[in-house]
Design a binder for this molecule. Structure first.
Ligand code: ADP
Length: 163
């Protein structure tokens, strides 16, 4: 069985992440989305809340499961027997950072292959940080994230009435 992990912060999940998950689910028998959380970094959503939002918006994908770790991603990949680590690329900055990360991970776990999937053109500018900034300003979020995520963001930022 082919197994891939897709690690990230997912604070919170966006349509950009979902597109990567959908594409990975076409390539692998099982995709484990991993909320990789650094206890020293405090996000807007707790790790458990990020897992719940990811679970809600991937409910239609039977081969996708959501997990959380505060340990090393490569250790987790080994534990579950993943062959591949998936990351997304939005542009030159991501390419530089992700290539560096892939090299570090290859040193730690040579058996784990990194697969970099380029962003779809209409999602290149979508990021969790931009999403949160827009939510804070009360802007429309419909093109950026699924409705359960937008709803949570509106509650967080007290913008209940906005689309
Ligand atoms: P991290 O903090 O680990 O970068 P993110 O949640 O920001 O976590 O992103 C997880 C992965 O998803 C990263 O590889 C990132 O490049 C990718 N990603 C994020 N947004 C998009 C997008 N719009 N299109 C494609 N890939 C994306």
């Amino acid at each position: 069985m082919s197994v891939a992990i897709y690690p990230g912060s997912f604070d919170p999940v966006t349509f950009g992440h979902l597109a990567i998950i959908r594409r990975a689910a076409r390539l692998f028998d099982h995709v484990r989305v991993l909320v990789a959380h650094n206890p020293e970094k405090c996000g807007l959503f707790s790790p458990q809340e990020r897992v719940e939002l990811l679970s809600a918006v991937t409910a239609d994908y039977p081969q996708v499961t959501i997990d959380v770790t505060d340990g090393y991603v490569v250790d987790y990949a080994r534990q579950i027997g993943a062959q591949c680590l998936i990351r997304g690329l939005r542009g030159a900055d991501d390419a530089r950072a992700e290539t560096h990360l892939a090299a570090l991970n290859r040193n730690l776990a040579p058996e784990l292959e990194t697969l970099l999937l380029p962003a779809e053109s209409d999602l290149v500018a979508v990021s969790s940080s931009d999403l949160k900034a827009r939510a804070q300003r009360g802007e429309a979020l419909t093109a950026l994230c699924p409705e359960p995520v937008a709803r949570e963001l509106r509650v967080r930022f007290g913008k209940d009435a906005l689309a």
